[in-house]
Design a protein around this ligand. Structure first.
Ligand code: NAD
Length: 259
């Protein structure tokens, strides 16, 4: 069994991923800004370059050359205190961590990365967008300026998830011949503290509550974790650059003419 780092390990989907992978016998290095005694060994804030660098150094030290998987679950939703924070955590908190840990992943057989995207990326933001371009250009300062001036958390959220999905696919194409697989899981509504906060938000709550998947319910964190567990495993050895919607049919409902 191998060593797998998981961001967002203290809550929701990330905690469920840690639980599943630990039960399968993997050694987990949890990363979160919140502390919890179960899986989180690296307490750091992924919204800043300093916090990301600290996370990378801690993971390297703890993994001792054995890291073979990275699952990026940490994220903030539309109720985050400011729209720029959403882009810093959801995009740069993923891309800089993958970049920083790539050399360690390559030291082991069959390395794999799974990034948690969102069905919101395609439901709310199809096509080009200045914020997406700034993120894909690696310019955090410009991204944050655009997010702050737009001051629309739902656009920052959708843009961050759209951009991180494109970035993961670009990485899959670039790194595939070296053996690194990278895939995206795009959840629909999942019952976690993040989703609960969105439902209770006076600006977005009604829309969130009305946006129900064809299966008629929200998902459970364990249902997302099961998909992550498959994608990080050797069973998914020929899958890279894929975006797997785990959304009770939301994407099919919203974009029935596209695939
Ligand atoms: P959650 O709030 O339960 O968990 C998110 C975790 O990320 C928390 O433990 C939090 O402390 C951590 N985190 C947030 N900002 C951080 C930072 N700056 N540094 C370090 N850690 C930080 O939420 P969740 O629903 O489990 O979300 C997990 C991922 O799933 C997120 O990327 C989210 O965008 C995505 N997602 C969730 C839903 C949903 O309905 N719950 C739907 C689609 C996508």
């Amino acid at each position: 069994m191998s060593v797998i780092a998981v961001t967002g390990s203290a809550s929701g989907i990330g905690a469920a991923v840690c639980e599943l992978l630990a039960n399968q016998g993997h050694t987990i290095i949890g990363i979160d800004r919140q502390t919890d005694e179960k899986f989180t060994q690296v307490s750091t804030d992924l919204s800043s370059p300093q916090g990301r660098n600290a996370a990378i150094e801690h993971v390297k030290a703890l993994a001792k050359g054995q890291l073979s998987g990275l699952v990026c679950c940490a994220g903030v939703g539309v109720t985050a205190p400011d729209a720029a924070l959403i882009t810093s955590v959801n995009f740069f908190g993923v891309t800089e961590l993958v970049e920083g840990l790539k050399s360690d992943l390559y030291q082991n057989d069959n390395p794999a990365v799974v990034v948690i995207g969102s069905v919101a990326a395609t439901a709310q933001l199809a096509g080009p967008h200045a914020m997406v371009d700034a993120m894909l250009g690696g310019d955090e300062t410009q991204t944050r300026q655009l997010a702050q001036s737009a001051n629309a958390p739902q656009i920052s959220y959708a843009a961050s998830k759209y951009a991180v999905t494109c970035w993961a696919r670009q990485q899959a194409a670039a790194e595939g011949n070296k053996g690194l697989r990278i895939n995206v899981v795009a959840p629909g509504a999942v019952e976690t503290p993040l989703h609960q906060a969105s439902k209770e938000d006076p600006r977005f709550g009604e829309a969130v509550k009305k946006f129900v998947a064809p299966v008629g319910r929200a998902g459970q964190p364990a249902e997302i974790a099961a998909t992550v567990g498959f994608l990080i495993s050797e069973q998914a050895s020929f899958i890279t650059g894929s975006v797997l919607f785990v959304d009770g049919g939301m994407d099919a409902m919203v974009r029935a003419k596209y695939f």
